[in-house]
Each structure stands twice: as C-alpha cells, then as structure tokens.
Unconditional design. Structure first.
Length: 215
C-alpha cells in the first residue's frame, strides 16, 4: 500500500522538482524543461512529476512566481532598511538591491523579465507574485512624490528608471559591458534621468564611480 504523503512531503518534493527545473532552465532555457527529464534528474519514475504539476507550463509558471517573490523580498528589505533616509537615497538603495539580485541570480532574472507564457492569469500565484514585484518598483517613487521631491505619475517614472536599469543589466549579463563600464553608465543614466524629472540629487549620489576601464 503506497505511503500517504503529508502536506510537508508534497511541498518538499515540489520544491525539489522546482530546484531541478531551475538548474535545467539556467543551463538550457525553457526548452530544457520536460517532466521526463526532471524525473530522471531526481531519480523518480517518469510519471511521478505529473502528480505534482500538470505540465511543463505549470512548472515554468511556478518557477517564475518563485523568482518574483524572491526578487520582491529583496527590494522590500532594501526599502525597509533605508527607512528614514532621503527619498533619493532610499530609491538608490532599492535600485542597488534590484541590480544585486539580477547579477547574483541571472537565471531568476531571466525567468521574470525574459520569459513569457501565453496567459499568466491562468496561474494565480504567478499573477500575485508579479503584482507584488511590480509594487516594489514604484513604492519608493510614491515616497518621493509624497515628500515633494518629484511630481508626476509614479508608475511612469518607475518604468522609465526600470527600463534604463534593465537595459544595462541585459548588456552586463550578455557580457557586452564589464563591471566598470556598467557602473559608469548606470551613474550617468540615473543622474540624467533624475535631473530630467527635476529631482534634487543628494551629494552622496553625485560622486562619479572610479574609472577602472571597460568595453
């Protein structure tokens, strides 16, 4: 008689399966995901993963939701730890947390922003996690608007800065620019955008990063 699995057993195996899927994704992208291959990675029968996930798309959605949650937690932590700071310094802390997350876990970053599925709304947990992550990228802008540091639409301003950082990160992850060039371009971009939106830049953020060469 098969053993009855507890909720903890189910959660543990699902996470093991997701960990294996993340490794596959990092090496081969979404095309490398198949329930049969993941079963082989875990040393279980080919049918076992189907007891936990309906298909490859459901696994991919779960991976993306997990990535969004980890990402959001990193930005939320930076936001809370910088409480009481000048709004621009707080925004800088959140931006740095964004960059550090992407560079530390490029697989998760690509899952979030370089992977699409036909209908995210089919997966409630993914939709929830995506909305949570989206809020982390505009909350610090709301704080600047509340204090009068800038005026305008928080969502638009947040997306303008996000676009600049994301573009630079994709160049960095693709090896098109090195660390020194990334930092110099990032500083120049953030300063230009900040001044364009009429933001007063704190002295701590005005210092140009030391030049170390770059592509």
């Amino acid at each position: 008689m098969p053993r009855v699995l507890s909720s903890e057993d189910v959660a543990d195996f699902r996470q093991r399966l997701l960990d294996a899927a993340l490794r596959r994704f990092a090496e081969e992208g979404a095309t490398g995901l198949s329930l049969r291959r993941l079963a082989g990675d875990l040393g279980v029968s080919a049918t076992t993963p189907y007891r936990y996930f309906h298909d490859k798309e459901e696994i991919l959605a779960a991976l993306r939701a997990q990535a969004f949650d980890h990402f959001a937690a990193s930005l939320e932590r930076a936001y809370e730890q910088s409480a009481g700071s000048d709004p621009m310094l707080r925004a800088a802390a959140v931006s740095r947390a964004y960059i550090e997350f992407a560079l530390a876990d490029p697989g998760a970053y690509r899952l979030m922003f370089d992977t699409t599925q036909d209908d995210d709304e089919r997966y409630p947990d993914l939709a929830r996690a995506g909305e949570r992550a989206k809020r982390t990228m505009t909350r610090h802008v709301d704080a600047m608007i509340d204090q009068g540091s800038v005026s305008g639409d928080a969502d638009l301003i947040g997306h303008v800065f996000w676009s600049a950082i994301h573009g630079l990160l994709m160049l960095r992850l693709a090896g098109k620019i090195d660390e020194a060039a990334f930092e110099r371009i990032l500083h120049a971009s953030m300063e230009a955008l900040s001044r364009g939106f009429g933001m007063s830049i704190p002295e701590q953020l005005q210092k140009q990063p030391k030049k170390r060469g770059g592509k």
